[in-house]
Design a protein around this ligand. Structure first.
Ligand SMILES: [Zn+2]
Length: 138
C-alpha cells in the first residue's frame, strides 16, 4: 500500500472536517485539505530524484479552482479509483430520467447499453460524479 488517508485538523481554522493523504509511489508527499475553509497543504516531490514538484499552503490551490480540468486528488481521482478496482470511463457517459417517466426506465439496462457492460455478472456498482436539474425550457 503506497498511500494512506486519514483525518486531519485544519491548521488555519482548526476544523476537523478535513482530510489528509500521504503517498509514496513515483511521487512522495502529502495533501491535506480542509473541507470547511478550503485550506490546502500540498507537498509533492519526485521519489527517485527528490526534486520538489510542488510545495503549497493556502486557500487558492488550483485543485479548488473550477478551471482545473481534473478533480480533487482526494476525492474522484482516476488513479485512486483504479487502485480501488473501479473501471474509469474516460469520456464519461450521461443519461437523463424524468420523474414522470422513471417507472419505464431500467437504469441498469440503460447503463449496460451505454457502457457495453458484461451481463454475465451479479451486478455493478456505479459512482456518480455529476448531475444537473432538467429544466422545462431546455
Ligand atoms: Zn480550515
Amino acid at each position: 500500500m503506497s498511500s494512506m488517508s486519514g483525518e486531519w485538523q485544519c491548521t488555519e481554522c482548526n476544523s476537523l472536517n478535513a482530510v489528509h493523504e500521504d503517498f509514496r509511489d513515483d511521487e512522495t508527499g502529502h495533501i491535506s485539505e480542509c473541507l470547511d475553509c478550503g485550506f490546502m497543504d500540498v507537498y509533492r516531490e519526485k521519489t527517485d530524484t527528490g526534486k520538489i514538484i510542488e510545495d503549497y499552503q493556502g486557500h487558492k490551490h488550483y485543485y479548488n479552482n473550477e478551471k482545473y480540468s481534473g478533480t480533487s486528488l482526494l476525492k474522484i481521482n482516476n488513479k485512486d479509483l483504479k487502485k480501488n478496482g473501479w473501471t474509469v470511463v474516460p469520456d464519461g457517459v450521461w443519461f437523463g430520467i424524468d420523474y414522470a417517466e422513471s417507472h419505464k426506465t431500467n437504469v441498469l439496462a440503460l447503463l449496460t447499453d451505454l457502457l457495453n457492460l458484461d451481463t454475465d455478472v451479479e451486478g455493478y456498482n456505479f459512482l456518480v460524479c455529476a448531475y444537473k436539474e432538467e429544466k422545462d425550457d431546455e
